[in-house]
Design a protein around this ligand. Structure first.
Ligand SMILES: [Zn+2]
Length: 331
């Protein structure tokens, strides 16, 4: 279905460094004489065995991103890829841990470079970017406080949200509530990775302990139908990443992914790539695979894109502008 490729898409769950094309990281490593050959397969793709190995490879790839200029180039490279898939609006997770090690002055410089690249990408490729600041869960609650301060100080038109990523099996979400409270008080909207590697209780913790209005993944809520019902009733939005889940072996195939059942049960599902080149996917591929798995047509995808835009953390003017783009295409 060729039209799916061209449909305008809205993505809410993308890690900026996780969107780095492997050739881009390889090129940076060569420029800087950093030896990370071990993280690549012979065909040039990223090599990892499981999720925890993926986190290590991800962090190794990040060692090549040594300054704001590298993040400028990264942002342009990632947005060009997203735009090629038809993405017109994207929210990306940004980690001050990888952008200046939590130093506020350094973070501002990285952010300036990322925003400049985003403005260029908007002019060149017609894609709008907003940022969600995320501490890394396995770096611990203390580092998260430093990250929350960076987020609160730079909250505004570009930085619109606060989340948490990393290893879900590390610590408890409630240990991070101080950071989330600070972010919320600064006007940031809240999302949290939960229910990818842990079950329904973790999704409950994201909603109840952190006040998440969106949940990153949240897919394993499917193991508790009362929770699925509650999520649907409360209008909690799930940032689902089917290709990521299949690549990491949480579900054996797109057909077996709960997104179909959740959609049928009235859950506000959205479609996202997470870390696309790591999981050999793109937004266009996600659409194509979901079309094949569930026979979803353009009407379903248009509805899901609209759900994603409604759940976007950007300001009302930006939303209205993107809505026009969606409506022009969908009629
Ligand atoms: Zn993620």
């Amino acid at each position: 279905m060729n039209n799916l490729n061209q449909m305008p898409k809205v993505e809410l769950h993308l890690h900026l460094e996780g969107g780095a094309p492997p050739a881009f990281i390889k090129g940076l490593a060569r420029e800087k004489s950093i030896d990370i050959a071990g993280i690549f397969n012979e065909d040039g793709s990223y090599r990892f065995a499981d999720f925890w190995d993926f986190l290590k490879v991800y962090e190794a790839a990040c060692t090549t991103l040594t300054g704001p200029q590298e993040f400028y180039r990264l942002t342009l490279a990632v947005l060009e890829e997203s735009a090629a898939s038809g993405v017109v609006y994207s929210e990306t997770f940004l980690s001050p841990d990888f952008c200046g090690g939590g130093d506020l002055g350094a973070w501002r410089e990285y952010l300036h470079a990322i925003e400049e690249a985003a403005a260029k990408a908007e002019a060149d490729f017609g894609i709008t970017l907003r940022g969600i600041v995320t501490p890394i869960r396995h770096f611990g609650p203390e580092k998260a406080r430093v990250v929350a301060r960076c987020a609160a100080e730079t909250a505004g038109r570009f930085i619109t949200g606060f989340g948490i990523g990393g290893d879900e099996k590390s610590g408890a979400l409630k240990d991070f509530s101080w950071s989330f409270d600070m972010a919320r008080e600064a006007g940031l909207r809240i999302t949290a990775h939960a229910g990818e590697w842990k079950g329904p209780d973790e999704v409950r913790a994201a909603i109840n302990d952190l006040g998440a209005e969106r949940v990153g993944h949240g897919v394993r809520a499917i193991e508790d139908m009362a929770l699925v019902e509650e999520i649907a009733e409360r209008g909690i939005v799930l940032e689902l990443c089917p290709g990521s889940n299949v690549a990491l072996g949480i579900y054996p195939s797109f057909r077996a992914h709960p997104i179909g059942e959740m959609y049928d049960r009235g859950v506000k599902v959205t479609i996202n790539t997470d870390d696309p080149p790591f999981f050999h996917t793109t937004m266009a591929r996600e659409y194509e695979m979901l079309h094949q798995a569930f026979d979803w047509d353009e009407g379903v995808f248009a509805k899901i894109a609209r759900t994603a835009l409604d759940a976007a953390f950007c300001d009302a003017d930006t939303k209205t502008r993107i809505l026009k783009t969606l409506e022009q295409a969908h009629g």
